[in-house]
Design a protein around this ligand. Structure first.
Ligand code: G3H
Length: 484
């Protein structure tokens, strides 16, 4: 692992990574070990924190005092080296988390675009921030200053892209980093460690690996983490915040849970709604915070919608990421197939059915997509974020039903609204956008383009992650003032 500008050799316990992918045989999936990573102890985590603190040096370090143009040059150099390792990183995304090869490539390219957009946004921000303002005889030079040590934790579903949409802005604004990659999605960062080591001053980027309760808890308890950035669950985020002894001094930049709904009214183009709901619910096996996780369909068109949805889902190919035209691939979390099965059983016990052939069948890490209908409020699928290839659908007679659902939901990220009626659309925009942070009209929920604001209400987010909001989030607007 990388700490204090050195690649440290590890001789302690390791986590052996078995790929979720494999060759189908009569005895099940033949899977292979693709690597291992250190399970660091609290001692190593604390030493890495000391390295990050030393590099920051209470704001006097080389990195936090470096001119913006030079910091940008370091990030540009890093990006060049990252591109040189593209083939290895993309392959590891595929093998480590089971993402299709095409989507793994997209994840890499999108990350590089995000870094370039961040650099452009910082140049603009710096131009605008470094101006002088004169008011009431005071000349103020406005600037943006770093916050300190950032503990950065990314998710398994976008282990590169989502991690870097916090890591890069945190870094480029002059903070120093402790970076803990996700449990499923650690190996793919290995090819980039040397670039981190050589492109930034020593101690600016430090990696830590291991179990959260062993290494993250003691770090938070020191009170020396200035910024916590996590893309993950709100439960974990709340636990971590509580560990900080002076939580008012901690800035939290969080992308959290979501239960995005699609609302298909009786004035919708059903074919379009089906196409977008399939993409929205099942891209990367539904393992996206932005996925559509529940569909409300008007009862008048429910039969037609469900039969078209079922037909579309039956055409999706389930298999290994390297297979031609594959759409659904193995799930990296070993416990996920059993969890999804329990959600389906619970729904069936409460009166719903799986309406598509093979829906919910599992072949080890491969789970066939299931459409569950009619879902009601007694079922787990009504409120829990399934984060997998299960589509809960429920009928409504009155538009107040889905609106009330959103009002009472713990989440508030996105909604997809399907209607071709201008008056209906106009009447729904405000009630919807006042419940979530993005309303998608006649299209699926999604984050992109990554330069758009990305946030959520209630338990779905804290702060806005995008360019340039993320640059603002990882810095403070400060000023140097003098009298005229
Ligand atoms: O899991 C959340 C990701 O940021 C979603 O990105 O909507 O482009 O798949 P996406």
């Amino acid at each position: 692992y990388l700490s204090g500008g050195e690649m440290k050799q590890w001789s302690g316990d390791v986590h052996t990574v078995v790929s979720p992918l494999g060759i189908r045989t009569a005895n099940g999936l033949e899977r292979k070990v693709i690597g291992s990573y250190p399970l660091c102890s609290a001692k190593e985590a604390m030493a890495s924190l000391d390295d990050a603190l030393a590099a920051y040096d209470e704001g006097r370090g080389e990195w936090p005092t470096m001119p913006v143009a030079e910091r940008i040059a370091c990030v540009e150099k890093f990006t060049g080296k990252m591109i040189e390792r593209k083939a290895e990183v993309v392959k590891l995304i595929m093998w480590e988390i089971g993402k299709s090869y095409t989507d793994s490539l997209k994840e890499f390219d999108r990350t590089v675009e995000y870094i370039h957009a961040t650099i452009d946004a910082l140049k603009d921000l710096d131009r605008n921030s470094s101006r002088f303002e004169i008011q009431q005889g005071i000349i103020g030079q406005i600037r943006r200053s770093p916050l300190g040590v950032v503990l950065c934790m990314g998710p398994f579903n976008y282990p590169l892209n989502e991690t870097f949409t916090t890591l890069i802005p945190a870094l480029i604004m002059g903070n120093t980093l402790l970076f803990k990659p996700p449990k499923h999605g650690t190996l793919l960062h290995y090819p980039l460690l040397e670039a981190f080591r050589t492109c930034f001053p020593k101690g600016v980027v430090n990696t830590i690996y291991g179990r959260g309760n062993v290494i993250v808890q003691p770090l938070m308890e020191t009170g020396k983490i200035n910024v916590l950035t996590l893309i993950g669950s709100s439960k974990v985020a709340n636990q971590l915040k509580k560990m900080h002894p002076k939580v008012n001094r901690l800035r939290a930049i969080l992308g959290l849970d979501a239960k995005n709904a699609a609302i298909v009214t009786d004035k919708a183009d059903i074919d379009l709604a089906v196409k977008e709901c399939v993409l929205g619910s099942l891209s990367f096996n539904g393992q996206r915070c932005t996925a559509i996780k529940i569909i409300f369909v008007h009862r008048r068109i429910a039969d037609s919608f469900l039969s078209k949805l079922s037909e579309a889902v039956s055409k999706l190919k389930v298999g290994m990421p390297w297979e031609k035209d594959v759409f659904l691939t193995p799930l990296p979390e070993p416990q996920k197939p059993a969890y999804l099965e329990s959600c389906i059983e619970d729904a069936v016990a409460n009166g719903a059915k799986v309406i598509n052939a093979n829906g919910g069948k599992a072949y080890e890490s491969l789970v066939f997509p299931a459409i569950v209908y009619p879902v009601n409020e007694r079922m787990k699928l009504y409120s829990e974020e399934q984060f997998g290839p299960v589509i809960p659908v429920l009928p409504f007679d009155d538009i107040t039903t889905p609106i009330e659902y959103l009002i009472h939901s713990e989440h508030g990220q996105q909604v997809s609204l399907f209607t071709n009626n201008a008056a209906e659309l106009a009447s729904l925009i405000d009630p919807l956008v006042n419940q979530v942070s993005r309303v998608n009209i006649n299209c699926q929920c999604q984050r992109g383009p990554d330069t758009f604001p990305f946030t959520g209400r209630k338990d779905s987010a804290e702060a806005t992650l995008s360019v340039p909001d993320a640059l603002r989030a990882f810095s403070i607007r400060s000023m140097v003032a003098t009298k005229q």
